[in-house]
Design a protein around this ligand. Structure first.
Ligand SMILES: Cc1ncc(COP(=O)(O)O)c(C=O)c1O
Length: 389
């Protein structure tokens, strides 16, 4: 798709009229169509009566509709998709649903997000497992990354839990090769896809991942509160839900009989959800498919590398993102002299209505380049950084 078609979406994203938005890695600005779909559904539900038969009939098929759309968008089977509120929920469902025994080991890496680290530490306290970190560098090549993970594996390693794209550096991991290596060593892989769904072309079957958690509210530009977890079909029966509702029961009675569901993603589903939010998620997925995953991946990577090359020329700026095309993404992190990252973020907002974020460890400023961003957006950021530096 031509750049003009990508940029045509700008008119449909109201936030872009007011701000230079470079923070879709935290939360993406929704197109009006997404917001309208949420609001229209909620209004319809309120006007018709939430438990009127025709409203209930629509609500009953909602999860199935979302599973179909997620599966079609990211190449999975609908019965491999669990609907969630966000990435962190999916990560927790997997970590707490596996049959750990004391002494088992989970492996992650040093640029990992706290949504992986804290649930792993929680598990360590609860189940007496070991949590180990692989030290990666932003300029590690794909083969080096795989080799580092392989070297860290032991006979006790049961799971690799890792982000496909690191939130703090934008480093893209060779996930297919990591999954193949882990499986050859008898370990499973949980991928945190918070920074990938909507950003790079995502083929869930091809990744080889056993579990893949992501959200709709970041790169997919959906509303807050809707995401999904992929559980490979052969893993589904073995992943235990830790919180259940009637949806986990194949049958039960008040005499003690209970037959749980095993192979169905229903077993993770709790009770009432905000259906409007999931309709917004469906709209966001439809827009994403229309705009074109391959074009979005190419554009975000190109903008990321462009921003990187511009920042590199400013004395005093240090880059913390990959320079190699195969590991680069739309996320670019940097430091401006000795200025605290949070101060840079505040100043960019005050001086230019530029929205970026600070990351604490490592302490960096992070810009997220999405397909709707323009070269002018990047120029404006670079000019302000040059002035600050
Ligand atoms: C790598 C990574 N994992 C997890 C999360 C948490 O995402 P969510 O709010 O969808 O749980 C984020 C959010 O920034 C992230 O970047």
């Amino acid at each position: 798709m031509a750049i003009d078609s990508l940029l045509a979406m700008r008119d449909q994203i109201p936030a872009l009229r007011k701000v230079n938005y470079l923070n879709s890695g935290w939360s993406g600005p929704s197109p009006l169509r997404v917001v309208d779909r949420v609001v229209d559904y909620l209004r319809w539900e309120a006007e018709e009566g939430p438990t009127a038969p025709h409203v209930l009939a629509r609500a009953r098929t909602l999860h199935e509709e979302v599973r179909l759309a997620v599966a079609a968008t990211f190449n999975a089977q609908p019965d491999e998709i669990v609907t969630t509120a966000n990435t962190t929920e999916g990560i927790n469902l997997v970590l707490n649903g596996l049959p750990w025994v004391a002494g088992d080991e989970a492996l992650t890496y040093t640029f990992e997000h706290h949504s992986v680290i804290v649930p792993l530490y929680h598990l360590r306290e609860r189940m007496k497992i070991r949590v180990r970190f692989v030290r990666l560098e932003v300029d590690d090549r794909p083969e080096t990354i795989v080799a580092k993970f392989e070297a860290a594996m032991t006979d006790a390693t049961r799971l690799l839990a890792l982000s496909h794209i690191s939130y703090s550096t934008g480093l893209r991991l060779p996930i297919e090769a990591i999954c193949a290596m882990a499986h050859a060593r008898g370990a499973q892989v949980l991928v945190d896809g918070a920074q990938t769904a909507g950003h790079i072309v995502l083929d869930l079957a091809a990744t080889g991942a056993d579990y893949y958690a992501f959200t709709g509210h970041k790169w997919l530009l959906g509303p807050d509160g809707a995401g999904a977890l992929f559980v490979r079909r052969d893993r589904m029966p073995h992943l235990q839900p830790t919180a259940v509702s009637i949806h986990a029961a194949a049958s039960f009675d008040v005499e003690g009989a209970y037959v749980p569901k095993t192979g169905s993603p229903d077993k993770f589903q709790l009770t009432t959800v905000n259906a409007g939010i999931f309709h917004g998620f469906l709209e966001a997925l439809a827009i994403y498919r229309d705009v074109g995953p391959a074009a979005i991946e190419a554009r975000t990577r190109q903008l990321g590398l462009l921003l990187r090359s511009k920042l590199e020329t400013i004395p005093g700026v240090t880059i913390f993102s990959p320079s190699h095309e195969e590991t680069a993404s739309g996320l670019v992190s940097f430091r401006v002299g000795a200025l605290p990252a949070r101060e840079v973020v505040d100043r960019l907002w005050e001086r230019g209505r530029i929205v970026v974020r600070a990351v604490d460890a490592p302490s960096v400023v992070r810009a997220a380049c999405h397909y709707f961003n323009t070269e002018d957006d990047l120029e404006a950021l670079v000019a302000e950084i040059a002035a600050l530096a």
